[in-house]
Design a protein around this ligand. Structure first.
Ligand code: ADP
Ligand code: ZN
Length: 221
């Protein structure tokens, strides 16, 4: 099963993807995580990606498509993958369709998460992530705080704030989402695989609620 997580920054893609990954036993692959790991390790890819990410811009398509193309050849994703943060442009979506077609596969479901913009900003500036690369748990100081301040509940490592999670960069990321990524909603609507879900505290629905709903839907299929 090929699942795609679509949505503006801070809508809860990572949270939903990680629950789906556990429940459905399919690996979650986040292009953002891949870039951050490379930035931390100062690899050649990391040095290039950082120039774009720190400014709130997308990493160029050629680079990003190549990474996903290679990752799709790995053994652990042969029965399914949850793509979290890819595709993010129409060119990436077209490339993905082509890669999958060559493997006799197709996108099964695109989960499009929507959240009011003011909530997005609030969520992102209050987001904290586990510094342990093998854990990567995500917290929110208001909606989902850790039990002990600054410490991950799951593994005890230090919590950190992502460098691009500041008000200025978030605004640029949101603008870029509207310009470059939001056309994918139409793209996948036309393919008949789009499922849109609202994630908002105003309707008492957070990422974990959406994930539970989707697991039920997929298990019934
Ligand atoms: P968020 O959804 O909160 O913005 P991500 O971890 O998905 O966080 O992405 C962080 C950053 O990594 C993005 O702002 C962008 O610069 C870069 N990035 C991630 N995925 C892609 C992609 N598919 N194409 C281009 N850039 C990407
Ligand atoms: Zn942790």
């Amino acid at each position: 099963m090929i699942i795609i997580m679509l949505g503006a920054p801070g809508t809860g893609k990572g949270t939903v993807a990680s629950i789906l990954s556990q429940e459905l036993e399919i690996p979650q692959v986040s292009t953002g995580d891949i870039f951050r790991k490379n930035i931390k390790e100062k690899t050649e890819l990391g040095i290039i990606a950082d120039k774009y990410i720190s400014k709130g811009n997308l990493v160029p398509d050629e680079i990003t498509i190549d990474i996903v193309k290679n990752r799709l050849n790995d053994d652990d994703v042969k029965n399914g993958i949850i793509l979290d943060g890819f595709p993010r442009t129409v060119a990436q979506a077209e490339a993905l369709d082509k890669i999958l077609e060559e493997k006799g596969k197709k996108v099964d479901i695109v989960l499009n998460l929507e959240t009011p913009e003011d909530e997005i900003i609030e969520r992102i500036v209050n987001r904290r992530v586990c510094s342990n690369q093998d854990c990567k748990a995500v917290y929110n100081l208001i909606l989902n705080p850790p039990k002990v301040e600054g410490i991950c509940d799951k593994c005890g490592s230090k919590l950190i704030q992502r460098q691009d999670d500041n008000v200025e960069t978030v605004k640029l990321r949101f603008e870029n989402y509207i310009k470059q990524t939001s056309p994918l909603v139409e793209y996948y609507k036309n393919n008949g695989v789009l499922q849109t879900e609202t994630v908002s505290k105003s309707i008492n629905k957070l990422g974990k609620d959406v994930a539970e709903e989707v697991v039920e839907i997929l298990k019934r299929k």
